[in-house]
Design a protein around this ligand. Sequence first.
Ligand code: SAH
Length: 334
Amino acid sequence: MDLERIKDILKNEPAFRMKQSYKAVFSDLADDWASVSVLPLPLREKLSEEAPLSIKAEINEAKDKKSAKAAIDLGDVWVETVLMKHKDGRNTVCVSTQAGCKMACDFCLTGKMGFKRNLDHQEIIIQVLFFARYLKKSGQRVSNVVFMGMGEPLDNYEEVIKAVRSLNDPETFNIGARKISVSTVGLVDGINKLSSEPLQINLAVSLHAPNDKLRNKLMPISRLYPIKGLMKAISNYIKRTKRKVMIEYIMLSGINDSQSAAKELAELLKKELGELFTVNLIAYNQTGKYEASKAKDVKKFKDILESSGIEVVQRYKFGRDIKAACGQLAGEIK
Ligand code: SAH
C-alpha cells in the first residue's frame, strides 16, 4: 500500500474524494478499492491498478490468541510487528521503526541482525493498519501503539514523528497521543528534540543498569551517552512536558538484579529524576547467553525500589511462543 501514490491520484479529483478515500482506508478499513462503492468505478479501477490497498504479510498467532506477530513484506526488507490483546480490552500494536538496528544491545536479537534501513512513516503506519484490519473482523480496534519493535525510534526521528502525527490525526487513526509510547535506548539528542515537540506521547527509556560500567557491557551505545547526561535529558524532558517517563529495566540473573543494584538504581533515579517516573521491570526473554532473574530476586529488587517510594510495574509477557516478545524480533525474519 502506497499512501503517497493514493494522494497523488486523488489530487486531480474533486477535494471530497480525498475525504471519502481516507474514510474508506482508515475508518472503514477497506483492503480493496473494489469495495469502496462511494467512489466512481473508473477511479476505483485506477486506484486498484496503481495504488492497491493490499498489505503483503504473514501472520502468526499465539496459542492463547492474546498476541499475534506479523511479518510485513516491504519489497526489499521484511519487518515484524506485534499485536497484544490486554485483559482490560486494550489492543496494543508494537511497531518497528527500522529494519534491523544499529544499537547492538547484547540481550536483543534485533541488534544481532545488524542494520538494514530506516522505515518511512508510511511503512510504520501500515503496521498499525494491518492489525486494525485484523481486529475489525472481531469488531475490535487498535487502542494503543508502542514504538518498541525492531529498531531505535529516535535514530529515525523525522519519520517516527510523522508516523506519530498520522496516528494521532482525527482524519486517519485518531489514536490519542497519550495512548502512544516511544521507547528509546537513550539517545540524548533525540530525547532533547522530543522535549520540544508539542506532543503528549509517553516516553520510555531503556536503562537496564544503574551505572555506566555495567551499562556499557550490556548496551554499547551507552559509551556515547553516559548515564549522567542521559538523566539530565530525561529530567529536562519531564520538566518541559510534565509527562511521567517510564524507565525500563530488564532483569538479568546475576548481572543487574542484585539488591545493591536495586539500591544504586533507586538512589540514582530519586536524585536525578525526582518523582515523575515509573520503573518497568521487564522479564528477560531468552535470546542467548543471559538468564531471566529468579522470581525471588525480582521481588527483592522491586521491594527495595518501592520502599524508597518508587512506583514499579511489571509488564505482562506476551507472545513468547511465537517469538514476538521484546528482544525476540528478527529470529525468523525472512
Ligand atoms: N530501541 C528501543 C525500542 C526497542 S526494544 C529501545 O531500546 O528502547 C523494546 C524494549 O525491549 C527495550 O526496553 C529493550 O531493551 C527490551 N528488550 C530487548 N531485548 C529484550 C529481551 N531479550 N527480553 C526482554 N526485553 C528486551
